[in-house]
Design a protein around this ligand. Structure first.
Ligand code: ADP
Length: 367
């Protein structure tokens, strides 16, 4: 019998609950057992009090809830071998032989590390007398399946990550609200949106709200004196009759020397050089809050169901997998490809190879 553990880890995202619900329901439907692991990797390290066998009704009402009902955490201990060994012991004690991790690239990297170390954890635990010989023979491998729950839309193995659509919806609502006050007062608004070092939320919200200027990490303003070019562009819009200026800044935005571009700096330029009445709004956690929109409920559900199917199809030679949705088709690809992508993108930006960064990102910014 497959015994599937499920946890959510890292930053919460709308739609994680839909995925958890689908995993529990699909696992029971397919005659597997399912265990809810509370509070991310903290729960795996804490053991039986946080690893609870799930019944169908335990996930009732999850579909429409924001955040993650089974809790999430940043867990320093899991970053260390010893922490992961405690997790391995609790996995074996609970009888779990497959783990679904819903989280961002950090959480998925941790899960993949646990799997690659699995034989040595089993060997150590046997040597220390923490598990029996028969346990060691039963738990020779641990299947890992990842689902990307992240508002940032920062992985290439899926067109859209769970939570990104709801966050974008929330950003658009907030900017629409700002537009009406900006309009009344002829104001400029400089709005910071989340996304870590991914500009998807910023670019998509700029397109969807008709913003005047946008800063994203993958494509920094080139050359000297980009500030003057920005001012000219904004002035031209005003000359053409626009009463407001809306500038969107990704939280990871930087210039071509990798100096952060901050909203306060943009405000200073607009106030001093253009004498615009300028306000700054940092949208913050409101972007991850509230109920998931239809799209995150939908992809959360189908990806959760597919995670269970992928576990049932897998054998010991199957690599850790990541579930995604590419060109409207559900996919299960090796987890490594997602992790390598993230590392490569960070390297390209660090080395100021912005052309490469944009090319790498292009699967997300699809033509
Ligand atoms: P996200 O999953 O949203 O990217 P984090 O990067 O904060 O969020 O990762 C969430 C948790 O995953 C961390 O608190 C840690 O427990 C685990 N984790 C992250 N990176 C690693 C790693 N390289 N090795 C082991 N565990 C990790």
């Amino acid at each position: 019998v497959k015994k599937i553990g499920v946890l959510t880890s890292g930053g919460d995202a709308q739609g994680m609950n839909a995925a958890v619900r689908a995993i529990v329901r699909m696992a029971i439907y397919r005659n597997c057992e399912c265990f809810l692991i509370y509070d991310g990797y903290n729960g795996l390290i804490a053991g039986s009090s946080k690893i609870i066998k799930a019944k169908r009704e335990d996930v009732s009402g999850f579909l429409t809830l924001g955040g993650t009902a089974i809790g999430t955490a940043r867990c320093m201990e899991f970053r260390e071998y010893e922490g992961r060994q405690k997790a391995a012991l609790n996995i074996i004690k609970s009888g779990i032989n497959a783990l679904v991790v819903i989280g961002g690239d950090g959480s998925l990297t941790g899960a993949d590390t646990l799997r690659s170390e699995w034989p040595s954890h089993v060997k150590d635990l046997l040597k220390d007398g923490k598990i029996s010989e028969s346990d060691a023979q039963t738990y020779t491998s641990l299947m890992i399946v990842g689902i990307v729950g992240s508002i940032d839309n920062d992985l290439t193995t899926t067109d859209i990550t769970i939570g990104a659509h709801s966050a974008l919806t929330r950003i658009c609502e907030a900017i629409d609200a700002l537009q009406s006050t900006a309009f009344s007062h002829h104001r400029a608004f400089v709005v910071e949106v989340m996304g870590r070092n991914c500009g998807w939320l910023a670019l998509a919200s700029a397109i969807c709200t008709g913003a005047d200027y946008v800063f994203i990490p993958e494509d920094p303003p080139r050359g000297e004196d980009w500030e003057t070019r920005m001012c000219e562009a904004l002035q031209n819009s005003r000359k053409a009759g626009k009463r407001t200026s809306m500038i969107i800044v990704a939280e990871g935005a930087c210039d071509s020397n990798l100096n952060p571009i901050k909203v306060e700096y943009i405000k200073e330029i607009l106030t001093q050089r253009l004498q615009y009445d300028t306000r700054v709004t940092i949208l913050g956690h409101v972007q991850r809050g509230g109920s998931p929109n239809f799209r995150d409920r939908y992809i959360g559900t189908i990806q959760g169901a597919e995670a269970v199917e992928a576990i049932l199809r897998a054998d010991a030679s199957t690599p850790s997998l990541i579930i995604g949705t590419l060109e409207n088709k559900i996919t299960a690809q090796p987890l490594k490809s997602a992790i390598i992508f993230t590392q490569q993108l960070a390297k390209e930006i660090k080395n100021k190879n912005f052309e490469n960064a944009i090319k790498l990102r292009s699967p997300t910014f699809k033509k």
